[in-house]
Design a protein around this ligand. Structure first.
Ligand SMILES: Nc1ncnc2c1ncn2[C@@H]1O[C@H](COP(=O)(O)OP(=O)(O)OP(=O)(O)O)[C@@H](O)[C@H]1O
Ligand SMILES: [Mg+2]
Length: 253
């Protein structure tokens, strides 16, 4: 397993947002994470990416216990994510937003800051940033546009480019298709497929259940912080417990 959680738990006051969740994602696979609003999906991702500390349980990355590591350490170890509410640097260009993602992987200790990076390394970073901007479908012509001027769907794609710039082992996407039109979400589906072919491991939170079923080899379902199902997509679709959890909200079609 590239990522494994055992008994992961997070409480906010009286609410147990994530309740003893066991999760595993095999290297090179995509795990879909679905569940009704407030089920604990984002909190679970916040725990895995070190944004909030766990109250209990264990997180293992490639077999190593990384529980309690802060977000920047986990980023350096290869966990990259996007946020449910887009977080781009609105006053910076598209290209600079992607370059910032790159820096989670480049050396940033005091010594590294004293030694100027060679021109060739800077050019290589820029070339990589431009190719990522293309890859997520933004088009390198917009590299110099301010991120805040992009339409919402494009800001979401920019976040993915920034996450990919760190060359992660695990890419976590929190509702990437929200605010995307059908053409954009078809592009997202193709992008996820091509990333998997290259061996990336993906955790995908999405309300677009179709997108999850089409792109993920396994799907876990959260409800009130508990994992209520974990199966291949076909198994999830016919699971009566899952159908019950979604009743009155949306169909797992
Ligand atoms: N910082 C916080 N402080 C207090 N309660 C929180 C906090 N973050 C989340 N919660 C609560 O934890 C529960 C899980 O929320 P979370 O955002 O993880 O759900 P979600 O599955 O991502 O929902 P959605 O589909 O709406 O994004 C909710 O009851 C929420 O109100
Ligand atoms: Mg959420």
């Amino acid at each position: 397993m590239l990522l494994e959680t055992v008994g992961l738990t997070k409480r906010f006051g009286g609410v147990t947002a994530v309740d003893r969740v066991d999760l595993g994602i095999a290297q090179g696979r995509a795990l879909g994470l679905i569940g009704p609003n407030g089920a604990g999906k984002t909190t679970l991702v916040n725990l895995i990416s070190g944004v909030v500390p766990a109250d209990g349980g264990t997180i293992r990355l490639s077999g190593s216990d990384v529980t309690g590591r802060p977000a920047h350490r986990l980023a350096a170890l290869g966990i990259a994510r996007t946020f449910q509410g887009v977080r781009v640097f609105r006053g910076l260009t598209v290209e600079d937003n992607v370059l910032i993602g790159r820096h989670t992987r480049t050396r940033s200790d005091a010594l590294a800051r004293l030694i100027p990076r060679p021109r060739s390394a800077i050019d290589a970073d820029r070339a990589r940033a431009l190719s990522l901007i293309d890859r997520v479908g933004l088009g390198r012509r917009r590299a110099e546009v301010l991120a805040g001027e992009l339409p919402y769907g494009d800001q979401r794609r920019l976040e993915i480019a920034r996450a990919l710039a760190s060359e992660p082992l695990l890419l976590i996407l929190d509702e990437p298709a929200a605010g995307m039109n059908p053409t954009e979400s078809a592009g997202l589906r193709a992008l996820i497929g091509s990333l998997l072919v290259e061996g990336l491991t993906i955790l995908l939170i999405e309300h677009d259940v179709r997108l999850v079923m089409d792109t993920c080899q396994r799907v876990a379902v959260l409800n009130f912080g508990r994992k209520i199902a974990d199966d291949v997509p076909a198994g999830i679709q016919r699971d009566p417990v899952v159908r019950e959890a979604y009743l009155g909200t949306e169909a797992v079609a």
